[in-house]
Design a binder for this molecule. Structure first.
Ligand SMILES: O=C[C@H](O)COP(=O)(O)O
Length: 335
């Protein structure tokens, strides 16, 4: 696997698809196309099962890929006991995600590495905006009755509008699982399109909650419908389902993104989220992404990890790389 140009890591300011080309404007719903989508589950599982053994990244290359993963992270806190102080600490970590001594040892201390965004509940948007002011780190808010999405439709629309008014530049919505389970693609399309409209300039990430969609085939179809409705990103999971991000599901979503680009010319981002907590797994996602969608997607404009714990393990692995020793996980707090 090629080493990303480490000098490029610090340059990516202004994340989001529209800063470097047009956003996905969406297209009319094409039910005939949705009907043709078929997914071979065993083939998808076979494809990803060889990933860890077949492609490995070592030493300098691994360090560079891990720094890339950091720049593509939505550093997340979504807990019932979140406080303004916790969010402020998380934002400080977002601005300096890897300890200065580690970055210096890696020769990466002048790259201005930050995460892609901080992801919070609505009530903490203003706190995050203030803490990140002057930086290029985006503020993402989960929305539309996250995680279940069972609030009234008008309430969900209003929630988006309020979050954008508070300063969120990215909105992570949850789709109504019932529309997918009932194969009511028109209802899903209309819902996501309305959410996109409510977002205005903020980018829309559509969370499919893939672990609750019943089949891998539904994941392929729902991915395509969400992109047709104008999603800037499609995202696997809320982190609250019993099954969250997996590599086979991610493969299906990446291929849907590829097919959508082939059909329409529009690029849509991908965000695996939920349960991705170690550097080794993160590298597997990056390898799969590079192989399926190419180098252009290896950027926060088109790829994010949604993760609350991953950064700690990445920092720990980077410290091991520069010192030869592993430190205790609690030496890498998130805030
Ligand atoms: O969107 C992000 C997820 O909620 C994060 O899930 P996690 O806490 O399992 O990393």
């Amino acid at each position: 696997m090629n080493q990303p140009n480490i000098m490029e890591l610090g340059k990516r300011r202004n994340s989001g698809p529209d800063h470097n080309g047009a956003r996905n404007p969406g297209v009319p719903l094409d039910l005939d196309l949705i009907d043709t989508i078929r997914i071979n589950k065993s083939a998808a599982e076979r494809r990803v099962s060889t990933l860890a053994g077949r492609r490995t990244v070592k030493k300098d290359w691994q360090a560079a890929w891990l720094l890339k993963a950091v720049t593509c992270m939505d550093l997340t806190t979504l807990a019932g006991d979140d406080t303004d102080e916790r969010v402020r600490r998380l934002c400080a970590k977002a601005l300096q995600p890897v300890r200065a001594d580690i970055l210096t040892a890696l020769g990466a201390d002048r790259l201005g590495i930050t995460v892609g965004a901080v992801c919070v509940y609505h009530g903490f948007i203003k706190t995050a905006v203030k803490a990140l002011k002057g930086s290029s780190v985006d503020v993402a808010a989960v929305s539309t009755g996250f995680p279940a999405g069972q609030a009234p439709f008008e309430t969900r629309l209003k929630e988006i509008e309020l979050s954008v008014a508070d300063g969120a530049t990215e909105i992570d919505i949850v789709v109504s699982r019932k529309h997918v389970l009932n194969s009511n693609w028109t209802a899903l399309y209309d819902e996501v399109k309305a959410f996109r409209q409510a977002c205005g300039p903020a980018h829309l990430k559509s969370i499919l909650a893939t672990g609750e969609l019943g089949s891998i085939g539904k994941v392929g179809k729902a991915s395509m419908v969400c992109m047709m409705a104008g999603s800037d990103f499609i995202k696997t999971s809320t982190g609250m389902e019993s099954v969250n991000a997996t590599l086979p599901i991610s493969l299906v979503m990446m291929r849907a993104i590829r097919d959508y680009q082939t059909q329409t010319g529009h690029k849509v981002g991908f965000k695996p989220a939920g349960g991705i907590s170690d550097a080794k797994t993160a590298l597997q996602y990056l390898v799969l992404l590079k192989e399926e969608l190419g180098d252009e997607w290896l950027s926060p404009k088109l790829f994010r990890f949604g993760a609350s714990r991953l950064l700690g393990d990445i920092e720990r692995q980077l410290e091991h790389y520069v010192t030869g020793r592993y430190s205790a996980a609690n030496r890498h707090p998130m805030g």
